[in-house]
Design a protein around this ligand. Structure first.
Ligand SMILES: [Zn+2]
Ligand SMILES: [Zn+2]
Length: 213
């Protein structure tokens, strides 16, 4: 089977995890055999996060969504931000902070869990006061981590290994934008995201009483 970065194959991943007998876990306990920590870093687009949250709910999966307070792409304090938080939580998921070093202030919108955005080695795996850093041991460990950075799995798509229960436990990082918007390459996917953004922006302009006639 080829492994495209689309929502159909994302469902295959979840199905493989179920087939392998994994439990969907939150970062509120140390990894135990059979745990699958679904982690989503939301770097670019809240609508993609909300869509993936719904897909996971349909598939009986729960995940932790890491949202940014300092994104140049979205505003968590806006109406859209409040909508996204509400929808993600309503689908049964948790919300952590996708933090920009060194700012790690969590407020009551967040569960006590943090993932650094584009971290540098000196602080990447260090502890954080008042929260679990997902990259600190024991949640981050050699052989127990896969990520989809820029549509590239460094050690391959894990769907077959999940189905065969080859990981004792796993932290699986995926970025919703990569899966929700169509495209055969990262560039195509990003252009599709920008097309969707354009529509959204036009709606926002209209609701901001901008004359588009
Ligand atoms: Zn695959
Ligand atoms: Zn990030």
């Amino acid at each position: 089977m080829s492994c495209p970065f689309d929502v159909v194959h994302y469902r295959v991943l979840l199905e493989a995890a179920r087939q392998g007998g994994y439990r969907f876990a939150f970062f509120d306990h140390e990894p135990a055999p059979g745990d699958l920590f679904l982690r989503h870093d939301v770097d670019l687009a809240l609508p993609a996060a909300v869509e993936l949250a719904g897909i996971e709910q349909e598939e009986g999966a729960v995940a932790t969504y890491f949202l940014m307070r300092e994104s140049v792409f979205y505003n968590l304090d806006s109406e859209e931000g409040r909508w996204a938080i509400e929808r993600i939580r309503a689908a049964g998921h948790r919300i952590g902070l996708h933090a920009v070093w060194p700012n790690a202030q969590l407020d009551d919108r967040f569960d006590p869990v943090l993932a650094w955005h584009n971290p540098d080695p000196p602080y990447m795996t260090g502890p954080v006061e008042g929260a679990v850093n997902v990259m600190q041991p024991p949640w981050f460990a050699q052989g127990h981590y896969r990520s989809d950075s820029n549509q590239h799995w460094r050690s391959g798509c894990p769907h077959e290994e999940l189905a065969r229960h080859e990981f004792e436990w796993l932290q699986l990082l995926t970025h919703p934008e990569i899966w929700v918007y169509p495209g055969g390459s990262m560039r195509e996917t990003m252009l599709a995201m920008l097309e969707a953004e354009r529509e959204r922006r036009l709606e926002q302009l209209a609701s901001d009483r901008i004359d588009l006639s």
